[in-house]
Design a protein around this ligand. Structure first.
Ligand code: RIB
Length: 300
């Protein structure tokens, strides 16, 4: 009945990546590796990750009419993503400046560029894409009003998966549509704001659920993840790997979770699968170039 297992509405960035021995403090200069340019952006990453796993995937995004935009479109098409919804022009393609340390942890600064020009009108104009998607996923590297319009444009039986990254307070209308809201500890603190309390991640998960989403997934890095819904809170164990670069691991986790939920899996089963996908991603450098196929996930 649906043409797409997943429609991703979100950002596309050129990732300018430098490896460093340690990330610099304020006012400090450090030397790093040669610069590498990878296709990235949380939205574009989710689309490639889902398509590589075998999901019928489309992307609604905006890139600049420039070399970075072409790099991103090429990466989407090579993965099999339908790019009919990718708009071109209006501003330079988004750029992410990324440093990665030897533990695989990163720091990222994003210049949104064209991502910031993906408007509610663009969402309304892509109504047929939204009506054709079983699951829609979004993040917050695009304007919040645009995400609000996505919520209002969902097909009656489709499902919204939101990773509020980078985090900011969310309107009730958006929170109520999330099934699930997927976030890490840092994002949970921002979304909870003054409601943040309790030391255990289980406490945050319950507090987040009380803010209105239909379900919540809290990712905990090496500690796995928590899933929370009206059925309770349960923990998904971490999948242990030797991390080389965690860039994009959260995006491939979200994409895999969204896809498996659309196939009818339970939240716990979908999160357990997504944890394997995220772990496999961290074993290779870069974002989109590091996403596994379904065969590689099975072999992990
Ligand atoms: O989540 C990783 C992504 O965050 C990178 O690819 C970068 O572009 C930023 O959007």
């Amino acid at each position: 009945m649906y043409d797409y297992d997943l429609l991703v509405v979100g950002s596309a960035n050129a990732d300018l990546v430098i490896g460093v021995e340690r990330r610099p403090d304020a006012g400090e200069t450090v030397l790093g590796s040669d610069l590498v340019v990878h296709p990235g952006g949380k939205g574009a990453n989710q689309a490639v990750a889902a398509a590589r796993l075998g999901a019928r995937t489309a992307l609604l995004a905006r890139v600049g009419d420039d070399a970075h935009g072409r790099l991103l479109l090429d990466s989407q098409r090579a993965a099999g993503v339908d790019t009919a919804g990718v708009l071109v022009g209006g501003a330079p393609t988004g750029v992410a400046l990324i440093t990665v340390d030897p533990s695989g942890d990163n720091s990222i600064v994003v210049s949104p560029g064209a991502n910031g020009r993906l408007t509610p009108d663009d969402v309304r104009a892509a109504g047929s894409l939204l009506q054709a998607a079983r699951v829609v996923s979004a993040q917050l590297e695009i304007p919040l009003e645009t995400v609000g319009e996505v919520v209002r444009s969902l097909a009656p039986d489709s499902r919204l998966v939101l990773n509020p990254s980078p985090p900011r307070p969310l309107p009730d209308e958006v929170l109520a549509a999330c099934d699930p809201l997927i976030l890490n500890e840092h994002e949970a603190k921002v979304i909870l704001g003054e409601a943040y309390a309790g030391e255990k991640p289980e406490d945050w998960a319950r507090l987040l659920l009380a803010k209105g989403p239909r379900s919540v997934v809290v990712t905990l890095g090496g500690e796995g993840a928590l899933v929370a819904s009206s059925e309770g809170v349960s923990r998904i164990p971490a999948v242990k790997v030797r991390a080389v670069d965690t860039t994009g691991a959260g995006d491939s986790f979200t994409a895999a979770l969204a896809w498996r939920l659309g196939l009818g899996e339970s939240l716990s089963d979908a999160a357990a699968y997504a944890a394997r996908v995220g772990a496999a991603t961290a074993t290779r450098e870069g974002a989109q170039v590091s996403f596994p196929t379904a065969q590689e996930v099975a072999a992990l």
